[in-house]
Design a protein around this ligand. Sequence first.
Ligand SMILES: C[S@@+](CC[C@H](N)C(=O)[O-])C[C@H]1O[C@@H](n2cnc3c(N)ncnc32)[C@H](O)[C@@H]1O
Length: 324
Amino acid sequence: MTLPGPLQGAIAAWLERNGQGGRRAGSDALTATYRAGGSSAAVDLAAYLVARLPATYAAVARVLAETRARRPDLAPESLLDAGSGPGTASWAAVEAWPGLSRVTFLDTAPVFLKLAASLATAGPRPLASAGAVAGSIEAPPGGLGADLVVAAYALAELPLPRAAAAAAMLWAASRSLLVIVEPGTPQGFARIRAAREVLLGQGAVPVAPCTHALACPIAGDDWCHFSVRLARSRAHMHAKGARVPFEDERFAYLVLAREGAPSGLARVIAPPLHAKAGSSFKLCGSGGIEARHVARRDGAAYKLARKLDWGSLFGASATAEDEA
Ligand SMILES: C[S@@+](CC[C@H](N)C(=O)[O-])C[C@H]1O[C@@H](n2cnc3c(N)ncnc32)[C@H](O)[C@@H]1O
């Protein structure tokens, strides 16, 4: 997963203009802030662009690709990027749905809104003409309703008891789809689970990762999360003092729709074990959490199972799709 060329160019130009290419110290402080559950209030923008945006973009792009695959019938025309930061999710959304024609950035931080608007001038038309609104996801200003509402790494900035109420506000603003992406940590998953419980109670239909609308079966100190690998640019490697040209971003997510039905299949919710004797999976489906083994001697089923990865759907139609 890499950033779109125009976004890379816009970031490089912004860093150049602001004389802040490659900021090791800022990046270290940023990582420490988010790991400690801190907010973006005093974040170093250059460090965010270099060290965090590539990862949040990769996670959102992966989630939107899954959303499109699950719901090819939906083609949103308007987007509310809630807690937009530099507009990361909007860039991923216009890639996923080139038919999007209206984009609005919503954020409490004017510096982030200004940054989002500046980067967006290098993007396709709906980005270049995006609206920027200063306000909170906890009480979005009226008139911001959109077909697609995306909140990426935004609920993380609220205390857990307020996250589900904010998700309900965002659901009210969504005419078709609500996408929530959070860090793949127990705290990130706790926000996802709280939002899921409240919004299913309001009639929302799970699109992904959940394949059913039953109570979440994840128990104890386990948490549902996924992983996406992203390429690191030279500046990214320098900023993080990294030796390998990639990193794995762990994320938790939830996609809800106003209409339709859950897939009824099962999802692979941990890295599968592909061994000589067969493939083993941890699945979540309407039967709860289940361990499943597909033996090598199972022939065609094994051939399909070998192709499944962490996050894939497990089931007849999913395996056929993965083979395509
Ligand atoms: C970690 S950044 C994520 C930015 C972007 N969505 C991304 O994925 O890269 C969190 C953003 O949420 C914003 N934010 C924090 N609390 C907010 C609130 N109550 N309402 C709206 N935005 C908020 C911050 O200003 C910041 O821009």
